[in-house]
Write a protein that binds this ligand. Sequence first.
Ligand code: FES
Ligand SMILES: [Fe+2]
Length: 343
Amino acid sequence: MIYLRNTWYVAGFADELPAGRMLARTLLDEPLVFFRRPDGHVCALADRCPHRFAPLSMGLLCDGGASVQCAYHGLRFDGSGTCVHNPHGEGVIPKAAVVRAWSVVERHGLLWLWAGDGAAEKALIPDLSDVTTAPEHATIRGYLPTACDYRLLADNIMDLTHVDYLHPTSLGNGSVSKARAVVSEPDERSVHVAWRVQGELAPASFDAHLPTPGQPADQWTEATWTAPCLMRLDVGATPVGAPREQGVRVAALHIATPEVTGRTHYWYWSARNFAIGEEANAHIKPMIERVFTHEDKPMLEAQQRRMGAADFWALKPVLLRGDAGAVRVRRKLDAQIAFEANR
Ligand code: FES
Ligand SMILES: [Fe+2]
């Protein structure tokens, strides 16, 4: 598949990679192995030894974690992909004994992989600290690999009218579908969509935490996509006429990185301004996990099975008012990929 290249893709939660361990993960059709050097810096190498193509992730970390030794015949590579040890013959290192290294940055509790050939532009990593520094017991996060194209995840988050139908007893109650989707483009890499509803009963997950449950509330559902596939949500409800700060609010990240054609790594991370505490989290977390795992994921995978290998636009999808933001995202991403291809 052709991917946007001069951009950052999330490769995982930072704590998926403790010191002294390797993480084997395929991103953008490339099998990679991640490990931390003794100084904490995260390295990513092509997960294929140049000798007989064994996965390096089957090997051992050596030199205090600074290098990885192939499990098959013992060639050893450092984090830059340079062969630093050949146990055979005189120990001369063959010129071709090199592995491709990728730039990785750890920021906001996430590992970011630069997919371009040129210099990695650290300034392009978005600031996610409002979510990622929230108190632990106000947050829910998880990893959910999904057998679908990553753009179906963008459709899912950028067209939140689906909550009224796919999640009717938890996140939705019909109000998003009634609102008009207002779409804008905050910058050349982003699309924003907002649904605002006034004076309607909030969905169950918000209503129960409002000062007077069961009463009409003002509600907002806003999603911002940033290329290649990072979505930020700001969703909440407040008593009619009251400012947002007086209401209940969730800021959430939904991050999708292509694994291979038809498979996507998906991470979610949300922070609430209400129901903060270990007990409250233990109550809310299973509900959210159930919604994502048993409602969204099966739908996304079923969509993909029905689409097969067909191109999305070739199937002539029906366009609805609520999917205006999702359509803008697909067009913008297509345009950015085409721009790179023509450069
Ligand atoms: S396959 Fe790695 S050293 Fe032989
Ligand atoms: Fe959903």
